[in-house]
Each structure stands twice: as structure tokens, then as C-alpha cells.
Write a protein of this length. Structure first.
Length: 107
């Protein structure tokens, strides 16, 4: 069975590698395991720009943005923040818009 190629990119000063098959993200040398929903939220945030709430809800849950789905998104973002903290990356709220992934050193 062939091994999966990792997608490599940079976020701030950090080297990031993604494995869709395992839903893992390696930031520098730190391995982060994500739930399927967390991975679907984090993957588009790695584009390096702020993304609106409705885009992340659709990516995560494949449904329209509602008050319930926004609460669920917020809960998953909080879980991701905890997982990302040791890596030096952070997810920040962009007021009345959405979220952005940043190098926590830059904030």
C-alpha cells in the first residue's frame, strides 16, 4: 500500500504538514490529532486568511449557518485552540466576521 504524501506549508515561522488520511497536523515537530470535524475546520484556516463563520460552518458540518451550528463551531474552535497552544499557533476571532489562524508569537 503506498504511503500518503503530506501537504507542507508555512504559517508564520512554523512548518506545517497535513495528513488527510490520518487527520493529523504536524506543526514543526509537534503532532496534533484532530477529530474529523476539527480537521475540516482547521484545514481551510491554514490558508492564512480570515474566513467567515458561515464558510467554516459549511466546511465543518456541511449545513447552513444557524445559531446552533455557530455554537457548535465555537465549541470545536475552543478544542482546537487547546490542541494548538503547545505548537505556537492560535485561532483568533475576527469580530463579527469569523476566525483566522495565526502564529501566536505575532499576536
Amino acid at each position: 500500500m503506498p504511503s500518503e504524501e503530506l501537504v507542507s506549508l508555512r504559517v508564520g515561522k512554523h512548518s506545517v504538514k497535513l495528513s488527510q488520511m490520518n487527520r493529523t497536523i504536524i506543526v514543526d515537530e509537534i503532532l496534533l490529532r484532530c477529530t474529523p470535524t476539527e480537521y475540516r475546520i482547521l484545514e481551510p484556516l491554514l490558508q492564512g486568511r480570515a474566513l467567515p463563520d458561515h464558510y467554516l460552518v459549511e466546511a465543518a458540518f456541511a449545513e447552513a449557518c444557524t445559531a446552533t451550528s455557530l455554537r457548535s463551531l465555537k465549541r470545536h474552535i475552543e478544542n482546537l485552540r487547546s490542541k494548538l497552544e503547545p505548537s505556537g499557533l492560535s485561532i483568533h476571532r475576527v469580530s463579527r466576521y469569523g476566525y483566522i489562524l495565526v502564529d501566536s508569537i505575532d499576536t
